[in-house]
Design a protein around this ligand. Structure first.
Ligand code: ATP
Length: 278
């Protein structure tokens, strides 16, 4: 019992140097280059061109959002970058290495809650590091760090069914980050949340992004979400899925709620709304 208490003390207060060593592994570059990408879904009876001529460079630590009408290929593009789907033309590289399959350096967060229901919050976060063979002590350091980042320290021992939708998505983000990804790929992660929770999650995600220095490629249907979060917005069109236009978001780096009232925000919202209407 005495030993267990001692161990817990070590676990709950990891030293600064331990966090430093952990974080040193997270600040990689994370540059994605998509060149001449095309995707055709073909079967014996049909052929469907889902994506054509996609050229996009996402810089290290950049936050880029993709918007576009339903069916224009946003998820297909993200899945190809994740290595979950194969391209039929062109290439995708991460820091110069061709993407040929899934990899821990690319973390995914989807709209559906994809936590393991039989594992606690802490165990969900530690899942990836455990698979990698990382020691119990170091795993504890990692989960403590991310429980703090997502502000769920008090729920470390809770099971997913005891959490709200927003809390589950926070754990999903922490679980992806615990693998020290260079890139976070997010497919409508807040799409199922109520309006207020969604706003809170957006602010939390920006805090996490600033702290963890990952590149983020984010998909949403919500124009305001895209503007609030991103440095750059890519608008896609359909048939075949392609890039129509790219916008640099000229808003202060610090995205406080007041940013939503700024003329630049409102003007961009109007322009994107017009573009997506057609
Ligand atoms: N496995 C598949 N086989 C054939 N066609 C597919 C397959 N997966 C997707 N598609 C088609 O590719 C197109 C792009 O789908 P995708 O899910 O990438 O679009 P999306 O822009 O993410 O849509 P949404 O915004 O509705 O989620 C759609 O027309 C879809 O029907």
């Amino acid at each position: 019992m005495e030993t267990a208490k001692k161990q817990e003390a070590v676990y709950t207060e990891p030293s600064d140097s331990a966090i430093g060593a952990f974080r040193a592994g997270t600040t990689n570059s994370g540059e994605i280059v998509i060149s001449g990408l095309g995707k055709v879904y073909a079967s014996k009876k049909s052929r469907f061109e889902a994506l054509a001529d996609i050229d996009l460079r996402i810089g290290s630590n950049e936050f880029v959002t993709i918007v576009g009408p339903s069916g224009c290929g946003k998820s297909t593009l993200l899945r190809i970058v994740a290595g979950l789907d194969e391209l039929t033309d062109g290439s995708v590289t991460l820091d110069g290495d061709e993407v040929v399959g899934p990899g821990a350096e690319r973390g995914m967060v989807f709209q559906g809650y994809t936590l393991f229901p039989w594992l606690t919050v802490r165990e969900n976060i530690e899942y990836g590091p455990k698979l990698k063979g990382i020691s119990t002590l170091e795993r504890r350091t990692i989960s403590n760090h991310f429980l703090k980042v997502i502000k769920l320290e008090k729920f470390a021992s809770a099971y997913p069914k005891q959490l709200s939708g927003g809390m589950k998505q926070r754990v999903a983000i922490a679980r992806a980050l615990a693998n020290r990804p260079k890139v976070l790929l997010m497919d409508e992660p807040f799409g199922a949340l109520d309006a207020q929770t969604k706003l809170e999650m957006q602010e939390m995600l920006l805090e996490v992004w600033e702290k963890e220095k990952t590149t983020v490629l984010f998909i949403t249907h919500d124009i305001e979400e895209a503007i609030f979060l991103s440095q750059r917005i890519v608008v896609m069109g359909a048939n075949p899925g392609r890039i129509l236009k790219t916008f640099h978001v000229k808003l202060p780096a610090q995205r406080t709620p007041e940013v939503r009232e700024m003329p630049a925000f409102l003007a961009l919202r109007r322009e994107l709304g017009q573009l997506l209407k057609h």
